[in-house]
Design a protein around this ligand. Structure first.
Ligand code: GFB
Length: 288
């Protein structure tokens, strides 16, 4: 019986650490990722660095005889002007949102390169398309992070600094209008689904790994859930000088549900509270 070696690139990051909890693995480098504001300022770097990483990982995997590779794309790579819900057939149907075109085009080319390795060498190099991911071991640096870790870091600081000010007088700034809609997947759920894909999904065609469409929340609702998780007693206000980014990227998980109907996603508020607790318990050693 040949040994199954699971190589996790990006083993120190959000998804890599979640996968590590699922399987013991090695830890090399995976992708250049970041939130809306980091992408907006650095589209060229997101394009070039991810193109290099993607091609190196796939070329090295092939040269070492890897029989299967699962790459992570993202629901933000889909066309900005599209019909909803988005599904796996729509990746290349039009330009992505201007805010993250570098990352989006680099990730779309993984799908193209996967098909090339399949056509020429028969490799099962495939990809999964998660919605917005959050959880322990994320990058909480509020300058470059995604919305959930960014908000967690900022709300924690608002609560724990300037203790001479009554918390009910403190104001938490939600960047943008709060109107954009997002689906969020807990990193530990995503890790379980990636292991399921490794063991059971053998198509080169990408598969969306997202929570259900009806679980989509607005950024304003997210901020309220986070205030509950922190027991924050202050006010929530919108900083509309900051960009909203894509209004929505509602993705259908119909293909996943058809193949894996009994998968249970962690309750969003429970996952958010677990992430806040992890952040507070690891504040002095985490990436922020
Ligand atoms: O996760 P996020 O940064 O990226 O979410 P996207 C951005 C949305 O959250 C915008 C609002 O509507 C922001 O105005 N927001 C509110 C905040 N407060 C904050 C905050 O403190 N930090 C951040 N970052 N946003 C990304 C893509 O889009 O999705 C990436 O740019 C990647 O390439 C990622 O694919 C998954 O969801 O808008």
């Amino acid at each position: 019986m040949s040994a199954v070696i699971v190589l996790v690139t990006g083993g120190t990051g959000l998804v890599g650490k979640a996968l590590e909890e699922e399987v013991r693995a090695e830890k090399p480098a995976a992708a250049k990722v970041g939130g809306l504001f980091h992408n907006m300022k650095n589209n060229l770097d997101f394009l070039r660095e991810n193109l290099h990483i993607n091609d190196n990982v796939l070329q090295t995997a092939h040269s070492y005889g890897c029989t299967k590779v699962i790459s992570c794309l993202s629901t933000c790579i889909f066309p900005d002007k599209t019909n909803y819900p988005i599904d796996e057939t729509m990746i290349h149907d039009g330009p992505p949102h201007q805010s993250n075109y570098g990352y989006a085009y680099a990730k779309r080319l993984i799908d193209i390169e996967n098909r090339g390795y399949f056509d020429k060498h028969g490799c099962i190099f495939t990809s999964v398309i998660p919605c917005n991911i959050f959880g322990p071991h994320d990058n909480f640096n509020s300058e470059i992070s995604h919305v959930i870790p960014g908000m967690i870091n900022r709300m924690y600081k608002l609560k724990t600094e300037n203790l001479d000010i009554e918390e009910s007088f403190k104001i938490f700034k939600i960047y943008g209008s709060g109107k954009p809609l997002r689906q969020f997947i807990y990193s530990l759920d995503l890790a379980k689904l990636i292991i399921w894909v490794l063991r059971n999904y053998n198509s080169v065609d990408p598969i969306i790994l997202s929570t259900d469409e009806q679980n989509e929340v607005s950024i304003a609702e997210l901020a309220k859930s986070l205030a509950m998780a922190f027991n924050f007693k202050g006010k929530l206000e919108f900083d509309t000088n900051k960009a909203d980014g894509q209004f929505k990227k509602t993705a259908s998980n119909k293909k996943l549900r058809a193949l894996y109907p009994d998968f249970q996603f962690t309750n969003f508020d429970t996952a958010l509270k677990d992430t806040v607790n992890w952040f507070q318990a690891n504040y002095h050693s985490l990436r922020r």
